[in-house]
Design a protein around this ligand. Structure first.
Ligand code: NAD
Length: 372
């Protein structure tokens, strides 16, 4: 028995990632899969069709390429995607097919309903429970790490200064100061990256558990006196008093920083506004703020999603879909997440989902009728 995995080319604007990389394709084939990819699906991530062919050379007949999405997906038992499909694409899926992607289910109710009535099963990777057993499947984390890294490089690219200290015949350059606000997965990767580039790094989060993590990366923890642990290891929204206290403390550190990177998020809520216009106006001329929360409204009052705006002498950047800018490695990490997520379903060359497993029961958005 064999099951078929279909992988289309991503269709969203500015999306360069792909849901399957050659090494994972080879692994799925060794587990009994037939794979049909849309031609050029990996091209924007720098992965040509030939790379998939080379990886699958030992079982060449198990991998084929289709000229369009319809041909790639029509027989698929499992559709692997990065972003949610269009309604037109979802209409191609056969009854009983299983879709795994970043489905943004709260924003895509009509799509979920379409999949439900089409008899498909759909998993939203952003709903995979963040328990230790599921860490290797955690696509939010793998992609957040890409974003944290990319944010520092974008910031460094806009700065007119070095990040590291330089001792040269022309004199000594002092290291840049970076402030990272929010020390979750993206923030910690931003801290590590800024440290590797030689910046002096300060960081802040409302979860006190982050102090040790921040310090273990060689950064200084800013104590604003505000602690806001919420449910499930996440932050809760701050009260008005706590917001004022945090702003006053953060403003002083932002005013001394060359590079500020904000990554704060509260699950299911718009991004908390942490950097006001007045705080930006108090920042040094030439300094740069990179707002990783731009997609959910921004942590900075002046953020324009997708743009770099000048305010006084400060550049405020609101990048969108940063993992896509590191498409090759972001795809590699995402594809491994998908492999770890789906591999337990593969029994004797067929797909059998264990609905008693909280990971699958938690991430499913439709098609779980078989769930006990
Ligand atoms: P996130 O993207 O939801 O938020 C980013 C950070 O913003 C968080 O650290 C949050 O505390 C912080 N934040 C929120 N409001 C803030 C404010 N007003 N000021 C400053 N910071 C603020 O978080 P995330 O990166 O997805 O991770 C959050 C938690 O999930 C962490 O505890 C992390 O260790 C945990 N986690 C667990 C697993 C796992 O076990 N599988 C995987 C990844 C993350």
């Amino acid at each position: 028995m064999a099951f078929t995995v279909g992988v289309p080319k991503e269709t969203a604007a500015r999306e360069r990632r792909v849901a399957l990389v050659p090494a994972v394709a080879a692994k799925l084939i060794s587990l009994g899969a037939r794979i049909v990819m849309q031609q050029g699906a990996g091209a924007a991530a720098g992965i040509p069709d030939e790379a998939y062919r080379a990886a699958a050379a030992a079982n060449a007949e198990a991998l084929s390429f289709a000229a369009d999405a319809a041909a790639a997906l029509r027989d698929a038992d499992l559709v692997l995607r990065v972003q949610a499909p269009s309604p037109e694409e979802a209409a191609l899926y056969k009854k009983g097919a299983v879709l795994v992607a970043f489905l943004a289910p709260h924003a895509n109710a009509a799509l979920i309903e379409q999949l439900r009535s089409g008899g498909q099963t759909a998993f939203a990777v952003e709903l995979i429970p963040r328990i230790s057993r599921a860490q290797s499947m955690d696509a939010l984390s793998s992609q957040a790490a890409c974003a944290g890294y990319a944010a520092v490089l974008i910031g460094a690219g806009h700065l007119k200064r070095f990040l590291p200290m330089l001792t040269t015949a022309a004199g000594t350059i002092r290291p840049a100061k970076a402030l990272i606000v929010g020390a979750g997965v993206a923030g910690l990767q931003a801290i590590a990256t800024a440290r590797r580039l030689g910046a002096m790094v300060e960081a802040f989060d409302v979860r006190s558990a982050t102090k040790e993590q921040v310090e273990s990366l060689g950064a200084k923890f800013v104590d604003t006196g505000v602690k806001a642990e919420g449910a499930g290891g996440y932050a809760r929204e701050l009260t008005a008093d706590e917001k004022a206290q945090q702003s006053a403390a953060l403003g002083k550190h932002a005013a001394l920083a060359d590079l500020v990177i904000t990554t704060a998020a509260i699950p299911g809520r718009p991004a908390p506004k942490l950097i006001s216009r007045a705080m930006v106006e108090a920042m040094k001329p030439g300094s740069v703020l990179v707002d990783l929360a731009a997609e959910t409204g921004g942590n900075c009052e002046l953020t324009t999603p997708g743009e770099a705006v000048q305010h006084g002498g400060v550049t405020v950047i609101g990048p969108l879909n940063l993992p896509s800018s590191l498409a090759e490695h972001a795809s590699e990490m995402y594809a491994k997440n998908l492999l770890n997520f789906t591999q337990p379903w593969i029994k004797d060359g067929a797909l059998r989902i264990d609905w008693t497993d909280e990971v699958y029961a938690g991430a499913v958005v439709t098609g779980d009728d078989a769930k006990p």
